[in-house]
Design a protein around this ligand. Structure first.
Ligand SMILES: *Cc1c(COP(=O)(O)O)cnc(C)c1O
Length: 454
């Protein structure tokens, strides 16, 4: 989409998703089959995903029409509000204009339902009766539990045992929307039983939960798998954020100089920034900054190469910035930002020098989150507070340089389920560390060498 296009319906909700691929100067690298190292074909993915989503994953169409039934459900919370953070501007004494797109108004409190709803819709169309997924922090589980229920699809969530014990409220939310939540490792799958045979007290891990979900989905004909981040179709669904923001800013006579979002798997960043980058690709000047945790620095310290999208070996090999699929980040508080890789599209743009990346320490992130809450009222998710840290840094730079810039960021969710992490910060129990170099390189050195050039 460019400045000239208005992709919104009269209800203010987008009529299209934006696919950045055909606008890119150089096409991104193909995803490869993990065994043959040949570009994946639709058949490789059919055991896990419905055909419509596989088609979107590799689409070269610029605009993909959003089915009316999905737009109607989006209407439960979309368009989301665009706010100007005037009190924050004042507290910082900055000439910058700070705007944020607030995705925390969705039923599950984050941007994830933007993709959960279409994923449930296309699975329903394909006759799928149940979705099996893993859940770490629980945001994706909540979004999908809510969305699938609207289409009468059952959801089984394999939730890492440690998390379901420490964060019971997300489990209860999923169950309220009708999902079945199973503590992983479980007796339900061969993968789970194998772990329990070795260690009956195993606290589980995201990798184990993922193997359980994938085994369940691929062994059952009417059951599919669903991913809440990273893949191309997921980023594309999230472009409703940027498409709306662009029109909302235009109505105010503004256009952002800097667009900022936190970056876990890259979808709220891509969703907000891609519609603006469409103009940058046509020559308009603007910057987009992806912000990640210092302890999981995928873009800033990872390598651009082929790696598995998951530690169970299910997804194709993706060309992306990665820390290695075995990388286990330290237990940081932003559960949604512990992923070892980042969206291949975001990676490609970064490698082409079209976007910037920055990493920030936890205590600086929570300092920013608390400042935002005290100025604007909303308590941000720890993930979103990464973006706010960088917004504050950029706004202070504007003050120093006496320049007026317009900054737009994505407030990807609220922090109401993550209050224990704020408690740790407020009581002085949150500590910063450096990521040891050995840990950074250990997982990368184990990756297979892939002979493939595009
Ligand atoms: C999952 C999540 C993220 C990280 O995922 P992305 O794919 O990078 O957007 C960020 N913020 C919130 C609130 C989340 O739930």
């Amino acid at each position: 989409m460019t400045d000239q296009e208005n992709l919104l319906g009269s209800d203010g909700i987008p009529r299209f998703w934006y696919n950045i691929v055909p606008d890119l100067p150089k096409p991104p690298a193909a995803s490869l089959h993990p065994a043959t190292h040949k570009p994946v074909v639709a058949d490789d993915l059919k055991r896990l995903f419905p055909e419509a989503l596989i088609a979107q994953e590799t689409s070269t169409e610029r605009l993909i029409e959003i089915p009316e039934e999905i737009r109607e459900i989006y209407g439960l919370w979309r368009p989301t509000p665009l706010h100007r953070a005037k009190r924050l501007e004042k507290a910082l004494d900055t000439p910058a204009h700070i705007y944020y797109k607030y995705e925390g108004v969705s039923p599950s409190g984050s941007h994830k339902p933007n993709t959960a709803v279409p994923q449930a819709y296309y699975n329903k169309q394909a006759g799928i009766k149940r979705l099996a997924i893993e859940s770490g922090a629980g945001q994706w589980g909540c979004a999908l539990a809510f969305a699938a229920r609207l289409f009468g699809i059952d959801v089984t969530v394999y939730m890492v045992k440690g998390n379901s014990q420490h964060k019971p409220y997300r489990r209860i939310a999923m169950e309220t929307w009708g999902a079945k939540v199973i503590s992983s490792p479980s007796e339900e799958t061969a993968a789970g039983r194998a772990v329990l045979a070795l260690d009956p007290e195993s606290p589980g891990s995201l990798g184990i939960a993922m193997s359980e979900a994938a085994e369940d989905a691929s062994n059952t004909a009417d059951t599919n798998y669903a991913l809440g981040s990273v893949l191309n179709h997921v980023v594309m669904h999230q472009t409703v954020i940027g498409i709306e923001a662009k029109e909302q800013l235009k109505a105010l006579g503004e256009s952002p100089n800097i667009v900022i979002a936190c970056c876990g798997g890259g979808t709220n960043f891509g969703g907000l920034s891609f519609p603006f980058l469409a103009d940058k690709l046509k020559g308009k000047e603007m910057r987009a900054i992806a912000v990640e945790p210092e302890l999981c620095p995928t873009l800033t310290k990872g390598e651009f190469r082929y790696d598995l999208g998951d530690n169970a070996g299910l997804t194709p090999l993706l060309m992306m910035y990665t820390l290695g699929h075995d990388f286990m980040p330290p237990g940081i508080h932003a559960g949604g930002m512990r992923y070892h890789g980042v969206s291949p599209l975001v990676s490609h743009l970064f490698n082409e020098g079209l976007i910037e990346a920055r990493s920030v320490q936890q205590s600086a992130v929570f300092e920013a989150g608390v400042m935002f809450a005290r100025c604007e009222g909303i308590i941000p998710a720890p993930e979103s507070a990464h973006a706010i840290r960088t917004v504050i840094d950029e706004a202070l730079r504007c003050k120093e340089q006496k320049t007026q810039k317009t900054i737009l960021f994505c407030l990807s969710g609220h922090g109401h389920f993550d209050m224990p992490s704020y408690d740790d910060y407020l009581t002085g129990n949150l500590h910063d560390h450096e990521l040891p170099e050995e840990q950074l390189h250990a997982a990368l050195s184990k990756l297979p060498h892939v002979e493939f050039r595009w």
